[in-house]
Design a binder for this molecule. Structure first.
Ligand SMILES: [Zn+2]
Length: 97
C-alpha cells in the first residue's frame, strides 16, 4: 500500500486522507527582445543560439529548479497563507466554493 507523508509536519497520510501536492518551479526570466527595426532577414535560429550560449555562460548556476511536496490539509492551509515563508507575503484568497 502506498503511504504518503506530509513534507511539513511529517504526519502520515493514508490514501484515503485528503492530500495536497505543491509543485514549485523556478526558472530564469527572460526579457522579450524588442527590436525597433523590422528585419525580414532576421535569423531567429542564430538568435536562439546566442541565447542558449548566454545561458550556458551564466555561472553554471541552475536556471531551472523544481520541487514537489505532499501536504496534509492543515499544512496546506499554512502554506497558502505564506507560500514564501515570510510575513510580508501577500495573502492569496481562494474562493470557498
Ligand atoms: Zn502536515
Amino acid at each position: 500500500m502506498i503511504r504518503y507523508q506530509c513534507d511539513l509536519c511529517k504526519c502520515e497520510l493514508s490514501p484515503h486522507d485528503l492530500r495536497y501536492v505543491v509543485q514549485i518551479e523556478v526558472t530564469q526570466a527572460f526579457e522579450p527582445m524588442v527590436d525597433d527595426e523590422a528585419d525580414d532577414d532576421r535569423d531567429y535560429l542564430d538568435e536562439i543560439h546566442d541565447i542558449l550560449e548566454t545561458i550556458e555562460d551564466s555561472s553554471g548556476e541552475e536556471i531551472f529548479q523544481q520541487w514537489r511536496f505532499d501536504l496534509c490539509p492543515a499544512c496546506r492551509q499554512k502554506f497558502c497563507k505564506h507560500p514564501l515563508g515570510g510575513d510580508a507575503t501577500p495573502v492569496i484568497h481562494f474562493s470557498e466554493n
